[in-house]
Write a protein that binds this ligand. Structure first.
Ligand code: ATP
Ligand code: ATP
Ligand code: MG
Ligand code: MG
Ligand code: MG
Ligand code: MG
Length: 266
């Protein structure tokens, strides 16, 4: 195709190729979700509809885009890890970030009804995105551990805070005052001695967040078969299919990684 005299403007585009051999991580976070949660009447401390929608949207990112090997999400955020050898869009950071953010945002709106039913979506939500590169398996695991530790710290705080308000009759200001300077052990103790709640028995979804990975699942389908010299009949065919599976477990220790050795590359 003939080039126009305007073509030179393309040279103003910056090179944002991601360094080779590194895992490419895209983390999204809901914009101003504190307000979004209030306006859409999210239950406190955890709204399961919102968590379900978040995970559904993340699943869409994994299924529609290439090379995501693992994703981890909690609260209003999700991290997507692309395999270190990916050549998708010539490893251009802006392509990764924008495709993930827009696929996720449009899915969040598209699937809203499946989780919130007749409750209307009041305005179009947005998500910010960033790209971070991790050169080693240890760095990548530490990154995911950092996000899961964040989930734990926030969930413990929010669980005690809302228990003090909802069951203890404190105002939000009083609950905040009560929790100032308390350590994890103190928070566990308040829950246990005052409300008979064992934090370790609270839902895994809330304490550990959601990890999505690709797993092979056996799928049985009935096929109508015509065998020569015989009548047509239904035959059950089993084939293994790669699907996105959700886990709500610890990913900080070694167990998860030993159970799923295909995620990390050498
Ligand atoms: P920013 O735009 O800087 O990210 P933000 O208001 O989104 O601001 P975050 O630190 O991302 O701040 O926190 C997200 C907030 O969204 C939480 O503090 C909580 O109030 C709310 N939230 C998100 N998901 C849920 C959920 N599933 N259940 C209840 N509340 C939620
Ligand atoms: P990529 O993902 O690389 O952007 P693409 O298929 O979107 O691939 P583009 O070069 O962006 O390729 O071209 C967009 C195409 O979408 C057009 O070639 C045209 O076929 C179609 N298209 C977009 N907008 C319209 C429109 N308003 N009316 C008709 N066709 C359209
Ligand atoms: Mg934030
Ligand atoms: Mg946010
Ligand atoms: Mg957040
Ligand atoms: Mg296009």
């Amino acid at each position: 195709m003939a080039k126009s005299k305007f073509e030179y403007v393309r040279n103003f585009e910056a090179d944002d190729t991601c360094l080779r051999n590194c895992y490419i991580v895209v983390r999204l976070d809901g914009r101003n979700f504190h307000k979004f949660a209030e306006q859409h009447k999210f239950t406190k401390p955890n709204d399961n509809r919102a968590l379900g929608l978040l995970t559904r949207s993340a699943r869409s990112v994994m299924e529609e885009l290439e090379d995501v090997v693992i994703a981890y999400g909690q609260s209003d955020e999700f991290s997507f890890v692309f395999k270190r050898t990916t050549h998708w869009f010539k490893r251009r950071a802006s392509k990764f970030m924008t495709h993930v953010a827009s696929q996720f945002s449009s899915s969040y709106v598209f699937y809203w009804k499946e989780f919130f039913g007749d409750q209307p979506l009041l305005y179009p939500p947005g998500f910010d995105g960033r790209v971070v590169l991790y050169p080693t398996n240890r760095n990548l695991r530490d990154y995911l551990s950092w996000r899961q530790a964040d989930c734990h710290i926030n969930n413990l705080y929010n669980t005690v805070f809302w228990t003090l308000v909802q069951k203890g009759g404190l105002t939000t200001v009083q609950a905040e005052e009560r929790l100032k300077g308390t350590l994890a052990a103190d928070k566990n103790e308040i829950l246990f001695s005052e409300f008979d709640i064992n934090y370790n028995k609270e839902s895994l979804l809330h304490r550990k967040g959601t990890t999505l990975i690709w797993e092979k699942i056996d799928e049985s389908v009935t096929k109508r078969m015509k065998i020569p010299n015989e009548e047509e009949k239904d035959v059950i065919v089993t084939r293994s299919k790669k699907t996105v599976q959700a886990h709500h477990c610890d990913i900080i220790g070694d167990q998860f990684w030993e159970d799923h050795p295909g995620i990390l590359e050498a």
